[in-house]
Design a protein around this ligand. Structure first.
Ligand code: AMP
Length: 628
């Protein structure tokens, strides 16, 4: 097992030499002068002075050798369509999209918000932005008007790309009305909206603002848009993620560091080589969709599968059918999807020829031992649990078969990945923990290439949020608990904050509470994450009403709960809908007014609520028990 640890040691002890070597994987229009500038901790700048471009590296660089090979394979079981774009086709579409953006006045540094389902145009516009140095911000299609308005106000996009509708389970889900509402709610309306009309639901265009993508595309289909070479640290994108406040954080990514980190990870972690086919079932609205649907595989000369659909439609063999049809070498999915498949006929797992598939990667939420073991045994394939965050952009802990095959242990994402100086830190003393001692998973800065550069527009928040957790020590906190066992295997033990993870989707309980509290009948609320067999966690909301009389009528409780659900759906999207909304007359709080979330979660999970010496009103806990 020495090689993997030695590789890691080199990447930490001699980081500049390590990354200077890895940087040769990509094309630099102007070579970098310095590998790392860490003169202003905790801000790290990688490959200083180098000029490169993500779109050039993902598309143009492969045209000489792979023009006619598949680059983007789009499979939709929602609209029953499949399109294979070769690298040349992709180049053509991306150039057309870039020409559309330029014609609408988008220039380097402008933000373009992409609110699209899993359709190829999402990748075209992301790459088109990268081509011209515009900064894309993709917003997950499952988010609703309020989330979207918040992101519009923070990113202030010059242009938005959207569509009439997405589709889920064969049923269209309108996007355009949500977008119109969001623009109305926001104080920074974009000048232009480009709309991909899928013909799924009727939509009305706003004159002077909304433009039809197909018309523009036809006009620009043979455009050749010159690449804008960016200095390595210039931003490529902003991706919003939930935190402990109601305001999402815009994770800002650089250009050169991201390209190098992803390219290297495709080989070392995902065992990929140019010409291979990679399939990540994540949505482009999440970080996995950015790193491993769009950029990673394409940067490494691999084809990527983009899938619009669920893992169980038309039946629970669809992921395996895609693997067979397109000779997929590596599949990346989420533990929730596998837990869902486990409930279906196991024969479905053997209906397709999976001989092309080397490994299955799972991430985004804890992979329970049973599920990991089950999948690996039933398919007779290695399952790689990898742990990371939107912020880091690529895995922090993972097996690295491209470095060395090592024995894995279910329940553990194995070892630290090269580049990440990961520690377990005691939150009170700020000192490193010993083996088997639980602490906070932390990363010694400088963060490696590809990790976030800052929070969009808010350097101070970046420093405070991520580097302000430990006394006397400026170390990045992941806000996850973890420990390392005697053999050096790492374990992730849940979040230290109020962020929850529903089916691999990171949600801030604060954001959902704010929505519950907008209902006129609600005085206050607490939203917690409760363990769930399939989704990992689900949200459960406890609401205190302004007046108990509101519950006196027959059926009032169900009616109010339904109304609150509707508010959440309208503001935060269906993804944030709590599994249950329960009414209590008081929330359990400390004497200083802090809601005792851990005690509420414990009761919901039928566990002992633990130390309650600070509780203000013990009867509030009885109410939670009764409500449950
Ligand atoms: P996101 O930024 O949405 O990808 O969410 C990141 C969070 O998901 C992490 O901070 C963890 O809490 C959780 N997470 C991601 N991958 C894993 C994993 N392999 N095991 C355990 N937790 C994970």
């Amino acid at each position: 097992m020495q090689k993997i640890h030695e590789f890691h040691r080199q990447s930490i002890q001699d980081k500049e030499a390590f990354w200077a070597r890895e940087a040769q994987r990509i094309h630099w229009q102007t070579p970098f002068e310095r590998t790392l500038d860490y003169s202003r901790p905790p801000f790290a700048r990688w490959f200083v002075g180098g000029r490169t471009n993500l779109c050039y590296n993902a598309v143009d660089r492969w045209l000489d050798t792979q023009a006619d090979q598949p680059a983007l394979i789009w499979v939709s079981t929602e609209v029953e369509q499949e399109i294979v774009y070769t690298r040349a086709d992709l180049a053509r579409e991306v150039n057309a999209a870039a020409a559309i953006l330029q014609e609408q006045g988008v220039v380097k540094g402008d933000r373009v918000l992409v609110y699209l389902p899993m359709i190829p145009q999402a990748a075209f516009f992301m790459l088109a932005c990268a081509r011209i140095g515009a900064i894309h911000s993709v917003v997950f299609g499952g988010f609703a008007a309020h989330n979207l308005a918040q992101r519009i106000d923070d990113a202030r996009p010059r242009l938005i790309v959207s569509t009439d509708a997405g589709s889920r389970g064969g049923r269209p889900i309108a996007y355009k009305p949500l977008l119109d509402q969001a623009i109305q709610q926001s104080s920074h309306a974009p000048e232009r909206v480009v709309l991909v009309d899928r013909g799924l639901v009727p939509m009305t265009l706003t004159a002077g603002r909304d433009l039809d993508y197909a018309t523009l595309r036809a006009r620009h289909l043979d455009a050749q848009v010159p690449v804008v070479w960016l200095e390595s640290s210039e931003p490529s994108y902003v991706l919003y993620t939930s935190g402990t406040t109601g305001n999402p954080k815009g994770v800002q990514r650089d250009t050169g560091g991201y390209a190098v980190a992803l390219c290297a990870s495709m080989e070392y972690i995902f065992g990929g080589k140019p010409g291979d086919v990679y399939f990540s079932s994540s949505d482009v609205g999440w970080v996995v969709g950015h790193s491993y649907v769009v950029y990673g595989p394409l940067l490494n000369g691999q084809a990527t599968v983009m899938y619009e659909g669920t893992p169980v439609r038309p039946d629970a063999a669809i992921l395996w059918k895609i693997v067979e049809d397109h000779h997929v070498n590596a599949l990346f999915s989420a533990p929730t999807a596998i837990r869902v498949l486990k409930k279906h006929d196991p024969a479905l797992l053997h209906r397709h020829d999976l001989s092309s598939l080397d490994r299955i990667y799972l991430a985004g939420e804890p992979l329970d031992e049973l599920t990991g073991k089950w999948l690996s045994e039933v398919l007779n394939k290695p399952v790689v649990d990898n742990y990371w965050q939107t912020e880091t952009g690529w895995p922090i802990l993972s097996a690295q078969p491209g470095v060395q095959e090592v024995p894995t242990r279910f329940g553990s994402p194995t070892f630290p990945v090269y580049g990440f100086d990961v520690r377990v830190v005691d939150e009170t003393t700020g000192r490193d923990c010993g083996p088997n001692q639980k602490g906070v998973v932390a990363i010694e800065p400088p963060l490696p290439p590809g990790a976030l550069s800052t929070i969009w527009g808010d350097d101070a928040r970046f420093v405070k949020t991520y580097f302000g957790s430990f006394p006397g020590r400026m170390t990045y906190s992941t806000s996850d608990w973890g420990l390392v066992d005697d053999d050096g295997y790492w374990y992730i033990l849940g979040r230290t904050d109020d962020v929850i993870n529903v089916a691999g989707h990171r949600l801030g309980t604060r954001e959902i509470e704010e929505s519950v509290n907008t209902h006129p009948a609600v005085a206050e609320s607490a939203v917690v994450g409760v363990a769930d067999e399939i989704k990992g966690q689900v949200a459960v909301a406890f609401a205190v009403l302004r007046s108990q009389d509101l519950l006196s009528e027959d059926g009032a409780q169900d009616r109010l709960a339904a109304e609150i659900q509707r508010v959440i759906e309208q503001r935060n999207g269906a993804v944030a809908r709590p599994a249950r909304i329960l009414f209590v007359t008081a929330l359990p709080k400390t004497r200083s007014g802090k809601v005792l979330r851990r005690a509420i979660v414990a009761l919901c999970e039928r566990r002992d609520p633990g130390d309650l010496t600070t509780i203000e009103d013990p009867s509030a806990l009885d109410q939670i028990r009764q409500a449950l």
